[in-house]
Design a protein around this ligand. Structure first.
Ligand SMILES: [Fe+2]
Ligand SMILES: [Fe+2]
Ligand SMILES: [Fe+2]
Length: 275
């Protein structure tokens, strides 16, 4: 699920880069594929693990994720970045940690509003993303540890975006439009602000030729190794439904790899062979 969430967020960023390079077909393929990763793969896997519960349970899960990020993860990443001499990353991790602490408070207040109506608590919706453009370029950090922490953080942000999107949809479907707004607005902060700022420091987006090569490599790995392996393990454990989902997903990823390879050859480019 983390992989699907990361693919979704990354492909949306790659689509923007393809726009900037005037490659509308590549951009459209990235947007379509991003949609599949979130709305089919991630969502199907979420159903199998019962990710989406009732609104109160979804808020509790969100609160615990934000608590971990605010009090543990980003604190540690900021300290390590500082020790590594990576001032910009240290500042970014600290700022994001503060945002997560605010998200935590909003989710706690919302939980109070929906579970304890006599308290008079209301669902806060005053979360506002300040979107950041992801620029193509090499990493802006040189410490391997900080680079690794940025990549870990991006996975967490992409996952938070995907979860809050589904939690927001659930809130809307259950007649809680304000809660839906809180989740969807927070999701936007995670992806268009936190993920984007981290992607800029980590050099996650490059020119489209390079992006296509890493996409093809990832899709091929998922389609030929990862998902077939998961499918076999699920079958062996008697989880036939999960086995089917993994098998179908493997096939989708192979189709993605093929479609992206097609776009790459239309550009007249080849990926460097890894020796
Ligand atoms: Fe957050
Ligand atoms: Fe975040
Ligand atoms: Fe895919």
């Amino acid at each position: 699920m983390q992989g699907e969430a990361l693919a979704h967020a990354t492909y949306r960023a790659y689509a923007k880069q393809a726009d900037r390079e005037n490659l509308p077909d590549v951009a459209a393929l990235y947007r379509r594929t991003a949609h599949t990763e979130l709305r089919e793969h991630f969502t199907e896997q979420a159903k199998l693990i019962g990710l989406v519960g009732d609104n109160a349970a979804n808020l509790r899960d969100s609160t615990s994720g934000e608590t971990y990020e605010a009090t543990t993860m980003y604190k540690k990443f900021a300290e390590q970045a500082k020790a590594d001499g990576e001032q910009e990353a240290a500042r970014l991790f600290s700022e994001i940690g503060q945002d997560e602490a605010e998200h935590r408070e909003k989710f706690l207040q919302a939980e109070k509003a929906i579970t304890d109506s006599p308290s008079g608590a209301t669902i806060p919706t005053d979360v506002q993303a300040k979107p950041v453009e992801i620029q193509a370029g090499p990493p802006k950090v040189s410490s391997p540890r900080t680079l690794e922490n940025l990549r870990t953080a991006m996975k967490g942000e992409a996952l938070a975006y995907a979860k809050y999107t589904l939690y927001g949809d659930k809130a809307r479907e259950t007649g809680q439009p304000e809660l839906a707004e809180l989740f969807h607005r927070t999701a936007a902060v995670e992806r268009t602000e936190h993920f984007a700022e981290q992607a800029n420091l980590a050099g996650a987006v490059r020119d489209t030729g390079t992006n296509l090569c890493s996409t093809i490599k990832g899709e091929t790995h998922e389609g030929t190794q990862m998902y077939p392996g998961y499918a076999r393990q699920a079958s062996a454990a008697g989880d036939t439904e999960a086995a089917k989902v993994f098998k179908d997903t493997a096939n989708d990823e192979l189709k993605h790899a093929k479609a992206f390879s097609g776009e790459l050859s239309k550009l007249g480019k080849q990926c460097p062979t890894s020796s």
